[in-house]
Ligand binder design. Sequence first.
Ligand code: BJW
Length: 233
Amino acid sequence: MAEIKRIVILTGAGISAESGIDTFRSAGGLWEQHRVEDVATPEGFARNPDLVLNFYDMRRAALANVVPNPAHMALARLEREFSGELLLVTQNVDDLHERGGSARVLHMHGELKSALCTSCETRSPWFGPLIDRPPCPACRAPTLRPDVVWFGEMPYQMGRIYQALEACDLFVSIGTSGAVYPAAGFVQEARANGARCLELNLEPSEGSHLFDESRHGPASVLVPQWVEEVLGG
Ligand code: BJW
């Protein structure tokens, strides 16, 4: 196998499933309990802000009851021990990568522990509820919303991600259904630039056929195994 120098990893809800955080599209998942249009679009927020603020307040509060699993920890180990370049991009809004020990995580769909002011556009670390309309720490307006990326909005740091996808020699997708763009298109971007593409998921994702290799099983098993292979342990 040729030496791997630059890796881009994309994670999705599946990596946090074994920590007890619901995925979106599986049976019993978040979208079975809520309509996507109601809680994950700017239009839904405009229609019923209380419903949306409450939905995210509950999910933020629930983070206190979950802990990172061996998959998060293995990626943190990779960050510490891999001698090449590594970019960890997550679609997840939880903080389990950070709590698992990863220091450099790019949250392309935002973070539960951050609030975005719709008046001054400042992003502020946020740990409590938003339902009572607290003032923005920057401009004092009571116009904070969850700092997450809804359908129709632009994900964060796309320039940096595409740059890394152009340069990487290995792209690894972990625990994501491949149903949401632009993340679902990263495999094609990496492939077009000559990278080897590996999928680690419980089941074949929508774009499974685009990967050079797909391994199916729980992330808590597959990810530590793969990290061990990369580090040559
Ligand atoms: C396990 C496991 C275990 C379980 N171990 N695995 C038509 C064509 C193409 C695009 C579009 C289109 N119409 C509209 C669009 C664009 C739209 C889109 O993609 N729509 C689709 C419905 C088609 N996208 C957007 O609007 C995005 N913005 C955008 O495109 O801007 C323009 C642009 C253009 C060009 C470049 C750049 C930008 C924004 C998308 C925002 C998504 N936001 C959400 C909500 C975030 C806040 C929140 O958390 O509430 O992000 S939606 C939701 O889906 C969330 C997730 O990050 C995202 C992906 O879900 P994920 O992580 O894949 O979860 P699941 O549940 O789907 O899958 C879990 C997987 O894990 C499954 O496969 C399981 O098997 C597996 N699993 N247990 C391993 N133990």
